[in-house]
Write a protein that binds this ligand. Structure first.
Ligand SMILES: Cc1ncc(COP(=O)(O)O)c(C=O)c1O
Length: 402
């Protein structure tokens, strides 16, 4: 067997949509991006969604909109991908890392302890597609509101730190019977090559700000600032006689192209009917197998509050050391199945370690990490391949531990 970890889903509809764009005479930001924004907004349950060229650049734009600067603090889990923290560092602010719960999501009580007058935002991470405990986090933000010191007009309107969801993994996840993106003020999705929906590289900012914010006005501000702060986009300028433009802010240049949007558009049209159910089938296949093994800790998928987007299968092997976990991964890889680890907690990475973050301060993050193995999930994976992966994990476990 040769089972890759995360090949993209490229069917005839994707190829046709991309070809249509290539032959249309317009390949950068235009009608396909608009269509993808509309469909993303529909699935995310919000009125406004802006496509950008990555989650990372989208988060940087949100930080810019919020007026984040040196001296500000943004709270986030220690257990995430580096981009969550890098977006904050790029704004000149400090990522304040807190520990997670056993289900890998940010610990609301740890958020409470981390709030200071410098706190301007909390970034929650729906890791593997499993939504955070948003109600508890919102309750904490409300109860600690006295500490909030707004420094500009946007922050004054918010009246508390921004709640931004890192939903790089959780497009399509559910929180209390609604899209999980309705639980935060702003939700940023990733459309990177390995995500549930991809545009090769890309992202979506879903706006769900409450009054007095006007989400359409925020969308317009963000669109402008995703394109050099230029008043007329390239497509508008191609219309005859319509050449005049102005630069009105020091915007980023992070717009998504139509060629890339075409890939995601074709995928997104079948997300709810095919791609998401396929992911669920694979997730449940693994869970049926591992739930019968006393050495396996099965990740959460669904309960009365939440349903995952089934992005990653974060299996944990009870009682193994990091070295044993790595040996299991090697044996499974040798047998022909690619498995992975999501993620090395941020304080264990050189950049953050050298900045003074210490993994000893995040015991649950380390505990979740050291025995974690991510199994592949994607539409093309057959039940036979799932069975093979399960058997290889069990075989490797027996070889390494017993
Ligand atoms: C949790 C998390 N946040 C952010 C990102 C960054 O996404 P992008 O590559 O689209 O910038 C990733 C990408 O893997 C991620 O896993």
């Amino acid at each position: 067997m040769n089972i890759p970890f995360s090949p993209p889903y490229i069917d005839k509809d994707v190829l046709d949509e991309v070809l249509d764009t290539l032959q249309s005479g317009w390949i950068t930001t235009g009608p396909k991006v608009k269509a993808l924004e509309k469909l993303s907004a529909e699935i995310a349950g919000v009125q406004q969604a802006l496509c950008i060229n990555s989650w990372t650049s989208g988060a940087m734009l949100v930080m810019k909109w919020l007026g984040i600067k040196e001296g500000d603090e943004v709270i986030m889990p220690a257990y995430t991908y580096a981009a969550t923290a890098l977006a904050v560092l790029h704004a000149g602010a400090k990522p304040v890392m807190v520990d997670v719960l056993d289900d890998f999501t940010i610990n609301p009580e740890a958020v409470r302890k981390a709030i200071t007058p410098a706190t301007k935002a909390v970034i929650t991470v729906d890791i593997a597609g499993w939504p955070c405990d948003y109600n508890s986090i919102k309750k904490v933000l409300k109860e600690e509101v006295d500490k909030f010191v707004p420094a500009n007009e946007v922050q004054q309107k918010l009246e508390r730190p921004l709640l931004m969801a890192d939903a790089a993994h959780s497009f399509g996840a559910v929180y209390y019977n609604k899209p999980a993106s309705l639980a935060a003020d702003i939700t940023v999705f990733s459309l990177h090559a390995v995500k549930n929906i991809t545009t090769a590289e890309g992202g979506v900012i879903a706006l769900n700000l409450s009054t007095p914010f006007d989400n359409e006005a925020v969308y317009k501000w963000m669109r402008l600032n995703a394109m050099n702060g230029q008043t007329a986009d390239a497509l508008t300028k191609t219309q005859k006689g319509n050449w005049r433009y102005d630069i009105v802010s020091d915007g980023l240049k992070i717009n998504l192209t139509d060629v890339c949007a075409a890939i995601g558009l074709a995928q997104m049209r079948k997300y709810k009917t095919k791609l998401l159910p396929d992911r669920k089938r694979i997730f449940n296949h693994y869970s049926r197998f591992f739930a019968t093994k006393d050495w396996a800790i099965v990740p959460p998928a669904i309960n009365t509050e939440r349903e995952s987007s089934y992005h990653l299968y974060l299996l944990r092997i009870r009682g193994v050391t990091e070295v044993q976990r790595d040996k299991i991964i090697q044996l499974v890889a040798d047998a022909g199945a690619a498995v992975n680890v999501h993620f090395v907690p941020l304080p264990m990475l050189t950049l953050f370690r050298e900045m003074g973050y210490e993994i000893a301060n995040y015991p649950v993050a380390f505990d979740n990490y050291h025995n974690e193995i991510s199994l592949p999930i994607y539409s093309q994976l057959t039940d036979e391949q799932c069975t093979f992966i399960e058997e290889q994990i069990e075989k490797a476990y027996n070889a390494v531990v017993k």
